[in-house]
Design a protein. Structure first.
Length: 304
């Protein structure tokens, strides 16, 4: 919600809205960005709407209508080697481990069959996909309805004890030159966050992909291979210059495929691991090894 009396805002241009952000918003206080964090956590500061010459609103890839004071370009969120500069607000080079791929339109209680790294076939729901055995970062936005009125599930707290495959072998964060700005969950804009009478603000189903990386299951026993675009620095059409990672822009049609690490560095990406260490991971890494690094407890069963 917003306070129309706040001196930084034009009361005529502000409407009540939900503050739906990304994993980056949660860690702003630890990035020396406490004032920005307060814009996201205190009702008196709007994150969308208003706008002045000193506090311009975002456009284009940064989303329509975000306040500069709520979504500035933070140096710590940008890799110096990343040539991407399309975003006006919230430029971002980093993504986090959001776990297993499920179709973004998967309904809350609809089971989808996947193949775990162990080779076991299991049918899991959207709720179960947020188990710590599949990934680390999950939806934490409660009471948000989907298109059919169902409430989107939230993931459980993830603790170090949930990482049973080795903290130094579990990836938390990586680079992606095509990631959406750090403040923008999914492809949300001012209009999608605005509260309309008798309507809920919808959970941005693509938020698992726009600021995250997912692993796509592969039937290794049947001789399948992962798609090129799903691998580190992967592209949809190898050898085609128009598919280059510095040419293609993430949008709703390709976000599920581009939710993987990419960088401007030669032959790999920098990653942050669960034990606090950093590692350069080659883009020639065996896809099964990378999948294992993405799963905190890949050998466990969803029922455990």
């Amino acid at each position: 919600m917003v306070d129309p009396n706040h001196p930084d805002a034009d009361p005529q241009s502000l409407r009540p809205h939900r503050k739906i952000g990304t994993w980056a918003v949660a860690i702003l206080p630890w990035l020396d960005a406490q004032p920005t964090y307060e814009h996201w956590t205190e009702d008196r500061y709007p994150i969308v709407g208003g706008g002045t010459s000193e506090n311009p609103l975002s456009t284009g890839v940064s989303g329509e209508g975000y306040s500069w004071l709520a979504a500035p370009n933070l140096a710590i969120m940008q890799c110096p080697s990343n040539p991407s500069s399309e975003a006006t607000h919230g430029r971002n080079s980093y993504i986090v481990n959001t776990g297993v791929y499920l179709p973004p339109n998967a309904k809350t209680n609809e089971a989808v069959e996947i193949i775990q790294p162990s080779g076991q076939r299991v049918a899991i729901t959207l709720t179960e996909s947020m188990s710590p055995i599949f990934g680390i970062f999950h939806n934490q936005l409660p009471d948000t309805a989907g298109p059919d009125g169902e409430i989107s599930p939230t993931g459980p707290p993830i603790r170090m004890s949930d990482i049973t495959d080795g903290q130094g072998q579990t990836v938390l964060v990586s680079e992606n030159v095509q990631a959406m700005p750090w403040h923008r969950a999914g492809f949300s804009d001012q209009d999608s966050l605005t509260i309309v009478k008798d309507q809920r603000v919808l959970y941005p189903s693509l938020s698992r992909f726009t600021n995250g990386m997912v692993w796509h299951d592969v039937d290794w026993d049947a001789g399948e291979e992962p798609q090129s675009v799903h691998q580190i620095n992967g592209v949809s059409d190898p050898g085609n210059a128009s598919a280059d990672i510095f040419v293609v822009t993430m949008d709703p049609s390709n976000a599920t495929d581009l939710a993987r690490p990419s960088s401007a560095h030669a032959d790999g990406v920098n990653c942050g691991m669960a034990d606090g260490s950093t590692r350069f991971v080659s883009d020639s890494i065996d896809a099964r090894v990378w999948q294992a690094m993405m799963t905190p407890a890949g050998q466990d069963s969803p029922s455990e």
